[in-house]
Ligand binder design. Structure first.
Ligand code: F6R
Length: 237
């Protein structure tokens, strides 16, 4: 594991963008695994800035996202598809058909899980996977559990996660209670993983995840077993 401690959120975003940009430069048709949430917003802004400066070409890049709220379609401004379009996809020269986010509004969500797993398999291993971490140690929406979930599945979000996500919604009651998420195997298959955290309140959980026992009670702790993990932190260690 490589740990990069940064002095500001801007620096964290720039260092994380460096890692993604290097991947795109080295392999223009790379597969990026992407995350939503507040932590990566600065990283996406930095990638857009570099694209605008003529330093990054997304024309052959493909992406797969980790998760989506159940019940929200891509045109809902709280959906993760909308988030990705707004923060990154609509601002760079990526082809929308090269971007994949689970469909939170599929008529049959179990069938959507199978479809997404099949799609991930056909895409091959992500060259790099960007991750945030939840206050309870979740990665994607793999919440603390008795075992590590394998493939794409539907989860009931923990109260703590619903409460943390309420900041993005007008009414706390509007926060979806279920999500569709990649499983731990899907995530661990990436060739390289970059975990970012910048919230002081995540100090304890980041310590447990990086240095505590590997346990499904702290889903991010599995990352200790990944062969190529970089952790970019601000205000956390
Ligand atoms: C989002 C995701 C989540 C977030 C986590 C942290 O796609 O997979 O695991 O990364 O909830 O969210 P923020 O960055 O908002 O603290």
């Amino acid at each position: 594991m490589k740990i990069i401690k940064t002095g500001s959120y801007e620096e964290l975003s720039a260092r994380t963008a460096d890692l993604l940009a290097a991947q795109i430069t080295l392999k223009p048709d790379c597969l990026l695994g992407l995350a939503t949430g507040s932590s990566p917003i600065g990283t996406y802004q930095e990638l857009v800035r570099r694209h605008d400066a003529g330093q990054l070409d997304f024309s052959r890049v493909r992406t797969v996202n980790l998760d989506e709220y159940c019940g929200l379609g891509g045109d809902d401004d709280q959906s993760y598809r909308y988030f990705m379009n707004m923060h990154l996809f609509s601002k760079v020269n990526i082809a929308l058909e090269h971007t994949q986010v689970p469909n939170g509004k599929a008529a049959d969500m179990e069938a959507e899980c199978s479809r997404y797993d099949t799609l991930l398999e056909s895409c091959g291993q992500p060259d790099i996977q960007l991750l945030g971490i939840g206050h309870d140690g979740h990665i994607a929406f793999n919440e603390p559990a008795d075992s590590f979930p394998v493939g794409t599945h539907i989860v009931d979000l923990e109260e703590e996660t619903v409460a943390a996500n309420a900041r993005f919604f007008k009414n706390a009651d509007d926060v979806p209670k279920k999500a569709i998420t990649m499983g731990i195997r899907n995530i661990m298959l990436a060739k390289k993983i970059v975990l970012i955290a910048c919230d002081e309140q995540k100090r304890d959980i980041v310590n447990k995840a990086l240095f505590g026992p590997v346990t499904p009670r702290v889903p991010a702790s599995i990352l200790q077993l990944h062969a190529d993990l970089t952790v970019v932190l601000h205000n956390v260690l």
